[in-house]
Design a protein around this ligand. Sequence first.
Ligand SMILES: [Zn+2]
Length: 250
Amino acid sequence: MTAATTASKALVDDLVSANHILFVEGVVDGFGHVSVRHDGRDDRFLLACGVAPATVTADDIVEVDYEGTVHDAAGRRSYLERFIHSEIYKARPDVMAIVHSHSPAIIPFGITRATLRPVCHMSGFLGFSTAVFEIRDTAGENNDMLVKNAALGRALAESLGPHLFALMRGHGSVTVAHSLKLVVARAIWAEMNAKLQTEAMRIAGGDSGVNYLTPGEATGSMTINETVVDRPWDFWKARAKVALAGLIRS
Ligand SMILES: [Zn+2]
């Protein structure tokens, strides 16, 4: 289906909403990005150009191919880390949407021995051996921490492997899903889990006193949550519209 068709308006509008939701829910700030595979051709995905997620409009959405080339930039800046998206899409045919963020509660789990694990029923997708991407393994000791080329994107995709979430040491995380709405939800729930787990470990005085979900509970709750994602999406979208009134460029 690689005809030169444009993406549907509905998909572009949802990607704009995804950007706004992720800002309002505390997952992205001036940085971070969300992408979705193009629904009119199989060799590209959609991503905002280099603007803050809270201010993204439909005119800011650009088409990027799996080599990381932006096809309709028209002079606009692009995200340096678009290779996170291009390389994961290449490696994972099952992935339809990706979030990369620097959400703060998650970062401590990438720089300590603590393992991010599901502590509540919304975050079973995290699994029990959270992948950690170590950029030094590819870029060496002297690097700027950014996944700004295909080789680094490929290394990140290898760290992610078959998982749905990976930590990026000293930087943030990446979340994947088979739909845009679900990846937004997972990014929000991952940050929520990190806050809850940190608080639980503080109360318990360490990791060993925390009662985590069992693998069966994680899988079971993940499966049921995937069927009800429209409900929080509609709520988050409405809340973002109110929160960002007056900020969004028209
Ligand atoms: Zn980043």
